[in-house]
Design a protein around this ligand. Structure first.
Ligand code: GDP
Length: 325
């Protein structure tokens, strides 16, 4: 079991890499409740894929702690159609930030991965120990391999240099600032956008990719942000730690929950030309629960809050459809 060694956030300069993305922006909102200083830098001022630039920025800013929430991310289609971006961008971002953190004596670093690092057919719910025990899901192996390297980098710097670098593996996330793009996004925001459009346009059916039977676990990003701050303070172990709700639903069930929130009364049809991906991806969160953290936002509440945000954004400056966080 993980050791509880507190890292005090008081007065610390904490760099949230990837602060414009869904995850990074939620972490920044959460860190505003803590007595720390938040560092961030926009993509136009620092391209995290450029090693020299990352080293220079880190040396100048001297963060005490770093949260690696920067990544090139996307749903099942984006992963399969842009494999080079997914592997290459993510490897560069992780390597540059983690090495710069070591060179500049950063006291604590938390690297964020994803539940897709685990083998496609890992026993469910998935334990942290199942990492590298079997083949990955082919639709997202590019991203998964890059994220596995991030975990290994943290472990290597811990072993060789005694760095307090840890990794957390969140399950499927959703919430404000997600990518609601119909082809590039993850399932929940894409379905939310499709179902909303059908309701507004009086459509009778909405298309679900694949069979609707795969099971996924959905965590609201504000819950993740709370867990990240908790782990930055308390987690100190070689193994990555899973972050999830402990509950999963089928893709059809999540579509029905979104329909309820949006007020869509039509039906669903299935596009069997699209892949299902991993049949099930439920994390075992018992190590995190034993440390004293639990998810607090039930799926329906999280969906209502996300839909309100989406509607506000539609009537405002526009919803993001980009890919790099
Ligand atoms: P994954 O969890 O890494 O597999 O990625 P996604 O968040 O993209 O979820 C994929 C699951 O949702 C697969 O089973 C897809 O077939 C299914 N799905 C159903 N409709 C959609 C959709 O409109 N967009 C996406 N991305 N996935 C969908």
């Amino acid at each position: 079991m993980a050791a509880m060694t507190d890292f005090d956030l008081t007065g610390k300069r904490i760099w949230v890499a990837g602060h414009r993305g869904m995850v990074g922006s939620a972490i920044v909102r959460r860190l505003h409740q803590e007595p720390c200083e938040i560092l961030s830098v926009s993509h136009s001022d620092l391209d995290l894929r450029r090693q020299a630039a990352v080293e220079e920025w880190t040396a100048k800013q001297r963060p005490d702690a770093v949260i690696v929430a920067a990544a090139t991310v996307g749903g099942i289609h984006a992963n399969a159609s842009r494999p080079a971006d997914f592997i290459s961008d993510n490897l560069a971002i992780e390597q540059n930030i983690i090495n710069a953190a070591y060179q500049n004596g950063v006291s604590k670093l938390l690297f964020l991965g994803s539940s897709c690092i685990y083998p496609r057919l890992a026993p469910q719910p998935i334990d942290e120990e199942s990492l590298l025990t079997g083949p990955l899901e082919p639709t997202n192996e590019w991203y998964a391999i890059a994220k596995i390297v991030g975990i290994k980098l943290c472990q290597a710097y811990r072993r060789q240099h005694g760095c307090r670098f840890v990794s957390a593996m969140p399950t499927n996330l959703y919430g404000p600032e997600d990518n609601f793009d119909l082809t590039g996004g993850h399932v929940l925001p894409s379905l939310l956008a499709k179902i909303h459009r059908a309701k507004v346009e009086g459509g009778k059916t909405v298309e679900i990719w694949g069979t609707g039977t795969p099971r996924r676990e959905f965590l609201h990003v504000d819950d993740l942000a709370d867990a990240v701050v908790f782990l930055l303070r308390h987690y100190e172990d070689d193994l990555p730690i899973n972050v999830g709700t402990g509950v999963d639903v089928t893709i059809l069930e999540v579509a029905e929950a979104i329909a309820q929130v949006v007020g869509f009364e039509g039906s669903f049809v299935f596009d069997s030309s699209k892949p299902d991906g991993t049949p099930r991806k439920l994390l075992n969160v018992s190590r995190l629960s034993a440390l004293g953290w639990q998810s607090k936002i039930p799926l329906l509440d999280g969906l209502r809050q996300t839909y309100r945000w989406y509607l506000d954004r539609l009537s405002g400056p526009g919803v993001r459809g980009g890919q790099a966080h």
